[in-house]
Design a protein around this ligand. Structure first.
Ligand code: FRU
Length: 500
């Protein structure tokens, strides 16, 4: 094992021990979401099924709760809810990645777990990004070479060498493909494609798409997939400008674009969306969603997982020993010209204590004996008359001073989340988005864990993900129906199910 990898492993073992011995820290942590076992984590990496186990790697800095030289942490799961910590997979060490092992992806290549990642290197303040590879058996990973496999020499034009990253690897009809993002010299971001017959020697093919028409100046973490027969790009553009009608917010966004991928001419032809004539659509309208990756499971499902935070919304309390969680893995489908996403069905086995009822107009449901006494892992499903006008409010909190508010506003047709009164309201603490429901009976599914609330409207037609931190691991919950019609609710707790 190389030196930096063994140091990181030692640190990870220490962190794990601290967590295992501290009920207080355990109580801070999510129950059915992945969170780093100490240290910092950002993007999901290498999300893939390998030999019937789902593997999730992640951008990892075990030495502090702040971003630092990037490693790849690694966990595995059978149900994508119980995650087992594995040895640290990659550490910055070689000539090609001495400054960091940045984001990338993995595939099961006929029994070999093949990883593509970005190696950051360079002398002094200079940073260069290139593409590197590693192979593994599901536990131990070895870099294929000390040097990057793809560098500037392979690209037939000049570009900004600090921005060439996040390889998405896939295999089609026996050929390997790798799509990476790059910053061109004309100051636009682009998605470029490489091809290989043996996964070692790569040939540049061309530019699949570029950010020219207002889609920021640099993309991150691309995904290229075919979902229910539709070719799709998933991109995370930096420094976007807010556009309420299109659903974009300032800063880092994660968008999807449908179209058709022409392998022969190496072009992705974008489609425009029927609802607004634009090409890109937001994946999740909440504050905390970035850099998602998808993978296709052997059972046919396409699953997406995202970092449940964004660069401009870092709110983890300073006294925590961990920072970084992932969204619930989501089953994707494409229908009615829309991306749909729903929590993986494996979660059903974790549900208990069902309760349902009707909340009449003007009424309030206090779903706990007292504020601050209820476990915070639950699902609330609401069926609301979308034409009723008024609003429905959902307040989750510990005390009069510590709470978050989800509002479903039927008169003005928006959904909003306000965490100003939570523990660390820093940075972005409020987000509002146009409600995307076309049904008279709007279904709202609210999934709560220790530090997050993910909302799925109309069977996943819209997702709205937000994180928050409270002092007390338990909460109270108030549902207020300020609409002019009654609403139906279904409630259940979510409890750990160790069965795998
Ligand atoms: C996205 C990102 C990637 C990069 C990684 C570094 O969040 O900036 O582009 O590879 O994080 O940690």
């Amino acid at each position: 094992m190389n030196e930096n990898l063994s140091l990181a492993q030692k640190k990870q073992d220490e962190l794990l021990k601290v967590i295992e011995e501290s009920p207080e820290i355990q109580a801070q942590r999510p129950v059915f979401h992945f969170a780093t076992f100490g240290g910092w984590c950002n993007d999901p990496n290498g999300f893939s099924q390998f030999k019937n186990t789902v593997h999730l790697f992640f951008q990892y800095h075990p030495y502090s709760t702040k971003w630092g030289p990037m490693h790849w942490g690694h966990v595995t799961s059978k149900d994508m809810l119980n995650w087992k910590l594995q040895p640290v997979a990659l550490a910055p060490e070689t000539e090609g990645d001495c400054k960091g092992c940045f984001s990338g992806t993995a595939i099961d290549d006929e029994g070999i777990h093949l990883i593509a990642y970005t190696g950051v290197s360079g002398k002094g303040n200079v940073e260069v990004q290139n593409q590197c590879m590693a192979i593994g058996d599901g536990v131990i990973y070895n870099k294929i070479s000390d040097k990057p496999l793809i560098t500037a020499k392979d690209i037939p034009f000049e570009y900004n060498k600090e921005h060439f990253r996040d390889p998405k690897i896939w295999k089609k009809d026996g050929t390997y493909y790798m799509a990476c993002v790059i910053k061109q010299n004309d100051d636009n971001g682009a998605l470029i494609l490489f091809q290989s017959s043996n996964s070692r020697k790569w040939t540049y093919r061309g530019i699949l798409d570029s950010s020219k028409d207002g889609l920021s100046k640099m993309w991150e973490c691309p995904d290229v997939l075919n979902l229910d027969g539709k070719d799709m790009l998933i991109l995370s553009p930096q420094e976007m400008k807010e556009n309420y009608d299109l659903g974009f917010h300032n800063g880092n966004n994660s968008l999807y674009i449908t179209g058709s991928l022409d392998y022969k001419n190496c072009k992705f032809a974008r489609e425009t969306r029927p609802e607004n004539g634009y090409t890109a659509a937001q994946i999740d309208y909440g504050i905390d969603f970035y850099a998602p990756e998808t993978t296709k499971l052997k059972d046919g499902r396409t699953i997406m997982i995202g970092w449940m935070q964004s660069w401009e919304s870092y709110i983890t309390p300073e006294d925590y020993m961990w920072s970084g969680m992932m969204t619930i893995p989501r089953e994707l489908s494409y229908k009615n010209n829309q991306l749909y996403q729903l929590p993986i069905r494996e979660l059903e086995k974790w549900k208990c204590n069902h309760e349902n009822g009707i909340l009449s107009s003007g009424d309030m449901a206090l779903s706990t004996k007292k504020m601050g006494e209820m476990q915070r892992q639950f699902e609330y499903d609401l069926s609301i008359n979308s034409k009723a006008g008024g609003k429905v409010k959902f307040i989750l909190g510990n005390t009069e001073n510590e709470y978050v508010v989800l509002e479903i506003n039927l008169s003005e047709n928006f959904i909003s989340f306000d965490r100003t009164a939570s523990r660390t309201p820093r940075a972005v603490s409020f987000r509002k988005a146009k409600l995307k429901s076309e049904n008279d009976l709007m279904k709202v599914r609210i999934l709560c864990d220790t530090c997050s609330m993910e909302v799925f409207v109309d069977d996943g037609r819209m997702a709205f993900t937000n994180a928050f931190f409270f002092t007390n691991p338990k909460s109270g919950l108030i549902l207020i129906n300020e609409s002019s019609d009654s609403l139906e609710y279904f409630f259940c707790n979510i409890k750990k199910n160790k069965e795998r």
